[in-house]
Write a protein that binds this ligand. Structure first.
Ligand code: SF4
Length: 399
């Protein structure tokens, strides 16, 4: 079985070759991520494991490399080694019913100990599996686990509460690195993140147009990389280059007639060419829940509070109504005809709300498709069946 080190090396070779062959911003971002992964293996820089909803700026401000559990899973999936790592967890007695997103990276942890962190930061703002993942990782590495408690409602009091906890994390990171907290450095990182957010908003504007000159999943893949492991000036430059490329692409005009406007809910499937297949049918993906901006511009002069507020504004916290409100607003803003909910096997968080989302979208006149699958392991998806289901959905929408 491959070790995590081997996976990272294979990933680096793929990313480097791709970036040298086609130096687009998305390929350069992939290469940048691969370089950061190589840095994680050297043992020269401290690491903090965390999960996708925790803002990376605080970690980078101490010169620490963040390791996102979801990104480790994506990289393992990218080199098609997920089944090996899942097997590792099954041999260790973990249930096959638990989430493959968390279990794949846990398999990576169990396979070797290269990525030993100085701290693990989990969060209550998402799912139970994610919280358990950090407990196992903490036991394996014998490293402290900090569980950030995020209140279910965003209010000034909840921001106070999260800010107080972020200050405890700062104290721990300072102790682990022997460095004082550098507020100016954090301000600079937040400034870059605000610039990236502004670029994302401009791209969203393009996608709201009918017909949309830009569509597909590229933006999700690109900004996903920037959100989990590439930060500061490099990330800002990549985002600017990406935007210039988009403007040039949009100037070439539409590639095909837009018959149907689709919104994608929850995660994107790790299956090749799904969206290209939809495009051949005239169904263009114009909005994704995963990539939407749900937080305000961060107030740079109070950087810790700004991060606390961003955490509290997460669409993943609180009752389903929070998520629903966000989805309905997107459906209207992007004038979508239909919504596809990709329901990850064994994910109570995403699957539990389907009925409520479907009923509310129906009330708004928007068709809904529930598509079951695995967002972490390509091999667990039946591609032909997935295409057939999507084709009938699009047919239903066009008649
Ligand atoms: S897919 Fe669902 S269960 Fe798995 S990590 Fe994400 S929210 Fe948690």
């Amino acid at each position: 079985m491959a070790s995590l080190r081997e996976v990272y090396q294979e990933f680096y070779q793929i990313a480097e070759a791709r970036a040298q062959r086609k130096p687009f911003a998305s390929n350069l971002a992939l290469w940048e991520m691969a370089k950061n992964c190589q840095r994680q293996l050297t043992g020269n820089e401290p690491l903090v494991w965390t999960r996708c909803t925790f803002p990376q700026e605080l970690i980078w401000s101490f010169g620490i490399l963040p390791v996102y559990a979801e990104m480790v899973t994506t990289i393992i999936g990218h080199v098609k080694k997920s089944p090996d790592f899942l097997m590792e967890t099954e041999s260790a007695g973990f249930s096959t019913d638990s989430c493959t997103v968390q279990r794949t990276s846990l398999g990576g942890i169990l396979s070797d100990s290269y990525l030993k962190p100085v701290l693990l930061i989990g969060s209550t703002d998402f799912c139970e599996d994610g919280m358990r993942f950090f407990e196992h990782a903490s036991r394996h590495y014998q490293t402290e686990y900090f569980l950030l408690e995020v209140p279910p409602i965003c209010s000034p009091e909840s921001v106070d509460y999260v800010e107080e906890q972020l200050r405890s994390i700062i104290a721990k990171l300072s102790q682990a690195t022997g460095k004082p907290f550098d507020q100016e450095k954090l301000k600079g990182l937040i400034r870059c993140s605000n610039q990236i957010r502004a670029i994302q908003l401009k791209i969203e504007e393009w996608k709201r147009q009918v017909p949309a000159p830009i569509y597909g999943r590229r933006e999700d893949d690109f900004f996903g990389l920037l959100n989990m492991g590439i930060c500061g000036k490099v990330a800002g430059e990549l985002a600017s280059k990406y935007y210039e490329e988009i403007v040039a692409r949009a100037a070439q005009g539409l590639r095909g007639a837009e018959k149907i406007r689709l919104m994608w809910l929850y995660a994107l499937p790790p299956v090749p060419k799904v969206f290209e297949f939809l495009e051949e049918l005239g169904a263009h993906l114009v909005a994704t829940e995963q990539n939407s901006i749900h937080w305000d511009e961060m107030y740079e002069n109070e950087p810790v509070r700004a991060l606390a507020k961003k955490i509290c504004q997460s669409r993943t916290i609180g009752p389903i109504e929070n998520r629903l409100r966000h989805i309905i607003r997107m459906a209207k803003d992007y004038q979508v005809d239909g919504a596809v909910h990709f329901s990850h096997f064994s994910c109570a968080y995403s699957v539990g709300g389907i009925r409520i989302i479907r009923d509310e979208l129906a009330r708004q006149g928007i068709s809904f498709l529930n598509l079951d699958g695995d967002c972490a392991v390509a091999q667990h998806n039946n591609i032909d069946q997935m295409r057939e289901t999507l084709e009938s959905f699009v047919e239903r929408l066009t008649h």
